[in-house]
Design a protein around this ligand. Structure first.
Ligand SMILES: NC(=O)c1ncn([C@@H]2O[C@H](COP(=O)(O)O)[C@@H](O)[C@H]2O)c1NC=O
Length: 519
């Protein structure tokens, strides 16, 4: 099929002039709407206004421009059906073989702070999606471009095939076009239903339209017999993992990405220079330091056995000395906001290590989601930060200043440890972490044993529990292990009993009012 006529109507004018020049060189007639036509005229490219083609003016502030039978007839008429051909001739409808459309910037508009409903509504494109869908439906005869990134590929094909486009390309473009309009309508529906109307009072829409863009295929999923791919949220806030830039190393695996998410979130919300080492979705060593190097050395010392093959994240620049120190262990993924050039040079000698760079901003996913059989659990993200006003010392003993630092660190780490989580800390580092047990007492015993295995004393330590103590036994184990201050959410029916147990043993206890279950 040799192209004779193209309609160009784009909000994002990227690549427009180059595309139009090339189409003109191929003797394709160009039709265009007001703003697009103006850009082409300014570039001295011959163009015919759609209003001249339809014999009808653009009107209603641009709400009606291309919504006309001469446009949609030209796009939808099946060239192989004689009755269609006959109708088109009878009504003077010329075929349109290529549509180049991108839509009013609805997502960008609603992302602006303080946007009004009226502004959002005026940025709902009607004529554009209608043309995209008409062309995509009739892809047997018509090609549709919705993404400037596809212009070069299409031009190459047109030039190679002397002005025609293959059926396979038209089909691919049609699939992309329908995804584009589906995503566009999904964004509109989600936005409108998120407005706090009475029927959506809880802020969760009746129908949830999600749109994620494939970033990469993964070699396999959690296990080699599972397939997998990684999708990104195009509207992800700054600082979240999906913005990573991989500087070197083997492709990331499914488990690498999941563990990197935990490591990065745990480290980026700490203010002091810090290092977090994650294994199997749990932090196995976390420490604050003066800079990256000593933070790493102290984090590693918590649990050198588990740190092997770990995902290691920093919230400060990684320098050569830190990379040198990392040589003692096998590293799967290394994450930081910056690397010195000497550090990168040194890392390049270990070409397999995956190195990710991320801006340490504090954005959070609006929603956290979990797939269950036949459904999706949706909740707001666990933002994690302690509510300083809610912190309550409930015992006769109060924590010392140093204990406060350790208590905050311990509770922060507990947030990223699978429940039941118990974390011992001392001198700005973890000493023992108990994760993922069905009983809090077992998590405590594990944390204690891990500290012993690493040769770390718990005498005078502090401890955090991700949820309240249902009975005093959990607290007793912590106190017997050597903890002198404990932080926990509180809220148990037996809080009184637990506080009395703490007082009995001279332990200071802080209640946070916030629980951090993590499953
Ligand atoms: N109303 C219509 O008939 C109509 N036809 C095309 N558009 C959109 O108008 C925009 C281009 O406008 P202009 O060429 O005037 O800059 C494109 O994003 C296109 O999708 C329309 N606008 C909105 O619905």
């Amino acid at each position: 099929m040799t192209l004779q006529r193209a309609l160009l109507s784009v909000s994002d004018k990227t690549g427009l002039i180059e595309l139009a020049q090339a189409l003109h060189r191929l003797h394709i007639e160009l039709l265009s709407t007001g703003g697009t036509a103006q850009v082409l005229r300014d570039a001295k490219i011959p163009v015919r206004e759609v209003s001249n083609f339809t014999g009808f003016p653009e009107m209603l502030d641009g709400r009606v421009k291309t919504l006309h039978p001469k446009i949609h007839g030209g796009l939808l008429g099946n060239r192989d059906i004689p009755s269609h051909q006959e109708a088109m001739t009878r009504h003077g409808i010329d075929p349109i073989d290529l549509v180049v459309v991108n839509l009013y910037p609805f997502r960008e508009t609603i992302a602006q702070p303080g946007v009004t409903l009226e502004e959002a509504i005026e940025n709902i494109d009607i004529g554009g999606p209608a043309m995209v869908r008409s062309a995509a439906k009739n892809h047997a005869h018509v090609a549709v471009l919705t993404d400037p990134a596809d212009y070069p590929r299409l031009l190459q094909e047109l030039e190679k095939n002397r002005g025609s486009i293959s059926a396979a390309t038209r089909f691919d473009l049609a699939v992309k076009a329908f995804s584009h309009t589906a995503e566009y309508d999904g964004a509109i529906a989600t936005y409108l239903s998120g407005l706090n109307t009475e029927s959506q009072a809880d802020g969760y829409p009746e129908r949830l339209h999600l749109s994620f863009v494939k970033h990469q295929s993964l070699r396999y999923g959690e296990n080699p017999h599972q397939g997998a791919a990684f999708y990104r949220d195009p509207a992800a806030p700054s600082g979240v993992l999906s913005h990573y830039r991989q500087l070197q190393g083997k492709p990331l695996s499914y488990n690498n990405i999941a563990d990197a998410d935990t490591a990065w979130d745990c480290v980026r919300f700490l203010d002091a220079p810090a290092c977090v080492i994650v294994k199997h979705a749990n932090p196995c060593g976390v420490a604050l330091g003066n800079q990256a190097l000593d933070a790493y050395q102290r984090a590693y010392a918590t649990d050198p056995t588990s740190a092997y093959g770990g995902i290691i994240a920093f919230n400060r620049t990684v320098d050569e000395a830190t990379v040198e120190a990392l040589q003692r262990q096998f590293v799967e993924v290394l994450i930081a906001p910056e690397f010195t050039s000497a550090a990168l040079e040194r890392l390049s000698q270990k070409a397999n290590v995956r190195v990710l760079q991320l801006p340490d901003d504090k954005g959070l996913n609006r929603w956290d989601m979990k797939r269950v059989g036949g459904g999706l659990l949706v909740q707001t993200s666990d933002s994690g930060g302690l509510n300083e006003d809610a912190l309550k010392v409930v015992t006769q003993a109060a924590p010392t200043e140093e204990q406060w630092t350790d208590l905050r660190l311990a509770f922060h780490v507990a947030h990223y440890v699978k429940s039941n989580a118990v974390v011992f800390c001392g001198q700005g580092r973890t000493l023992g972490i108990g994760a993922g047990q069905m009983s809090r007492v077992d998590s405590t015993r594990i944390a204690q044993r891990k500290a012993e295995d690493a040769g770390l004393s718990l005498q005078g330590s502090v401890a955090a529990s991700d949820a309240f103590f249902p009975f005093r036994d959990g607290l007793d184990v912590l106190a017997r292990a050597g903890a002198l201050a404990i932080i926990q959410p509180g809220g148990s029916l037996r809080d009184g009993e637990v506080i009395a147990a703490a007082d009995e043993q001279g332990v200071a206890m802080v209640l946070t009012g916030i629980r951090h279950f993590r499953h």
